[in-house]
Ligand binder design. Structure first.
Ligand SMILES: NC(=O)C1=CN([C@@H]2O[C@H](COP(=O)(O)OP(=O)(O)OC[C@H]3O[C@@H](n4cnc5c(N)ncnc54)[C@H](O)[C@@H]3O)[C@@H](O)[C@H]2O)[C@@H](O)CC1
Ligand SMILES: Nc1ncnc2c1ncn2[C@@H]1O[C@H](COP(=O)(O)OP(=O)(O)O)[C@@H](O)[C@H]1O
Ligand SMILES: [K+]
Length: 575
């Protein structure tokens, strides 16, 4: 199938098409995507051609970054039997016309016929593994295009496809290997809708997908294997008729929650948080949680803890108030263990006061660490969680809590299907759930798509990092609750601030998302990873994360204030 386009025009079109459309943040089921596309794509290959241009554009960018030029670069195309393989072959053809040495390796006896002919005509060599490579001559490729399977796949990769990726997986993770991998639509072999990993998958440096994200881009454990994801608009409809599986909250919405104080604000209108954090055994967690709350912008942080922990807090945060009084939100549990009976009894008291006894809204609360295992008994007493109660388990804590609620689960099961665990926990408790996975997930008790949030750099995996997150979340919840209290005191519609007009469930979920975002950005800033791609960053301590929360908040706010753009994250990281 010859093309009438000149090389220059092909390149131009390819680069345009690869521009990501960030407005599309919700992942829909593969079936719904295919159903919505079908009336337009039947009987035409124009959408496959647009897809291939977008893929080729991204490949050109990767090759230029890696080698400085495209001509002479070595590209290996892995080809499955469907249109995903067709996209990859046509992209390979475009790259061959740009002077790349391109070889295609089919995992099927029946690759897309027209795309295969066009690739051959453009100079792409087609080799059947394990035949020796005629083009690459056994040398490693610079770039692999993974076009084995897309949204039409199910189950683990079949043996022939799995055999093609096995040696590539063995070459190491992205960043550690000599070649780059660009996945067409999804890294082949992932569970497209649920983000599961039913078998081996070649991790991509970059993925080019179409129309809207897929579940596999937003849900762990598959999500990190996509690398950078470009969502390209091919002119096909978004399947808005079906419920999304997951979504990425708009940063502008998160920023809008974190309003700056005005002339009529005082510390109580900015929010007061009460922290039941730290214990004789783990006094430092109280410092971390209080610091997280203060640096995230709370009006006042109150602390309740054993004397040793309170003394430590006051030594580093003299502004903390060592008495629990009226608060808009509480944080219960950082730095505590259920085996510490006297401390557990204090936490139980705080939780009893916070949970619902009937239908009314309870005290807004973060329920973390040692407070989580106390929940099943309290719910057994007839107390009730509402959306205003936010649970913050990691996988192990989620498994224990599910099991305590009569839904047996192991840590491995939660890690294999975190979205289902987060939804299950929210449904079983009635609370909002932040599951600390990578990416982090937020599930609402009323169901609906889970929110997916970049968890930040791996440097955040350091002791006490979760205590900082709990404190920051307490601060944001207190501020949102304070705004709602203030708005309730006014005539309807007279005062429009922050999250005042949102449904309770949405306000709390967005507050949770804003806190995860602040924590992740603070980790990027503290570690120097905010300098951009190629900067792997440096080790950080949990207190460094707390210290960078205020800067992270300023950066996020800038997204709500387009007229007042401050310096980029990258510039801040240099300080
Ligand atoms: N609808 C359209 O016209 C468009 C589709 N596009 C591409 O087309 C893809 C969907 O195409 P298809 O519906 O043909 O599906 P796929 O290409 O995703 O997969 C179907 C093929 O994979 C094989 N397969 C299924 N499960 C497998 C497994 N576990 N291991 C190995 N092989 C497996 C099937 O036998 C079949 O040959 C999208 O992902 C996207 O890349 C783009 O070209 C844009 C336009
Ligand atoms: N690989 C990772 N990448 C990004 N963030 C991570 C990673 N591992 C852990 N984190 C984050 O670090 C924090 C750890 O919290 P938690 O497990 O409660 O630890 P701790 O109790 O020591 O504070 C969470 O916010 C989690 O999301
Ligand atoms: K693929």
């Amino acid at each position: 199938m010859p093309t009438a386009m000149s090389d220059a025009r092909v390149l131009e079109a390819a680069e345009c098409a690869a521009t990501p459309t960030l407005a599309r943040r919700a992942a829909y089921p593969a079936r719904a995507i295919a159903r919505a596309e079908a009336p337009l794509t039947a009987g035409t290959d124009q959408y496959m051609r647009r897809a291939a241009r977008a893929v080729a554009g991204a490949c050109l960018a990767e090759l230029r970054e890696l080698r400085g030029s495209v001509a002479g670069s070595r590209v290996l195309v892995l080809v499955g039997g469907g249109r995903n393989g067709g996209d990859a072959l046509l992209a390979g053809a475009l790259l061959a016309r740009r002077g790349a040495r391109v070889e295609a390796r089919p995992a099927t006896d029946h690759p897309h016929g027209a795309a295969l002919s066009e690739a051959r005509a453009a100079g792409v060599a087609v080799a059947d593994a394990p035949a020796p490579s005629p083009v690459l001559g056994g040398a490693a490729a610079d770039l692999i295009i993974d076009g084995l399977t897309g949204i039409g796949a199910s189950g683990p990769l079949r043996p022939r496809a799995a055999a093609l990726i096995a040696p590539l997986i063995a070459a190491g993770a992205p960043g550690e290997r000599a070649f780059r991998v660009l996945a067409v639509d999804v890294p082949s072999g992932v569970g497209v809708d649920d983000g599961s990993l039913p078998g081996p998958v070649l991790a991509a440096d970059r993925t080019v997908t179409f129309t809207c994200p897929r579940g596999a881009h937003l849900l762990p454990p598959a999500a990190p294997l996509s690398g950078r994801v470009d969502v390209v608009d091919l002119g096909l409809p978004v399947p808005t008729g079906s419920e999304p599986l997951a979504s990425v909250p708009d940063p502008a919405l998160l920023a809008a929650l974190l309003r700056a104080p005005g002339a009529t604000d005082h510390k109580y209108t900015r929010g007061v948080v009460g922290l039941h954090a730290g214990s004789e055994a783990y006094p430092g967690a109280a410092v971390l949680a209080v610091s997280g709350a203060i640096r995230a912008g709370v009006g006042m942080a109150r602390i309740q803890a054993p004397r040793r922990a309170v003394d430590l807090v006051l030594a580093s945060r003299p502004e903390a108030v060592p008495a629990i009084g009226r608060c808009q939100a509480i944080v219960v549990g950082p730095g505590t263990h259920r085996a510490d009976q006297p401390r557990a009894e204090e936490l139980r008291g705080a939780l009893r006061a916070a949970l619902r006894r009937g239908s009314g809204e309870g005290q807004w609360a973060v329920i973390d660490a040692g407070a989580l295992p106390l929940l099943p008994d309290l719910l057994g007493e007839g107390l009730i969680c509402g959306p205003e109660h936010v649970l913050t388990p990691h996988a192990g804590e989620a498994a224990a809590l599910l099991s305590g609620l009569g839904l047996p689960a192991t840590r491995e099961e939660v890690e294999a299907a975190p979205a289902s665990a987060a939804r299950g926990l929210a449904g079983a408790t009635g609370a909002t759930v932040i599951l600390k996975a990578v990416p982090a997930l937020i599930a609402r008790p009323g169901g609906g798509p889970v929110l997916s949030l970049d968890a930040g750099p791996g440097w955040l995996a350091t002791a006490g990092s979760g205590d900082v997150l709990a404190g920051a979340l307490g601060a944001v919840l207190a501020a949102v609750r304070a705004d709602r209290e203030r708005a309730e005191g006014h005539q309807r519609g007279e005062l429009s601030i922050g999250a005042a007009g949102l449904l309770l469930e949405d306000a709390v979920a967005l507050a949770a998302a804003a806190s995860v975002r602040l924590h992740a950005d603070a980790g990027r800033l503290a570690s120097g990873q905010a300098l951009g791609r190629g900067h792997e960053g440096r080790p950080i301590a949990a207190l460094d994360v707390a210290d960078h929360l205020s800067c992270a908040r300023q950066r996020l706010r800038a997204q709500a204030l387009p007229h007042d753009q401050p310096a980029s994250l990258a510039e801040t990281g240099r300080n």
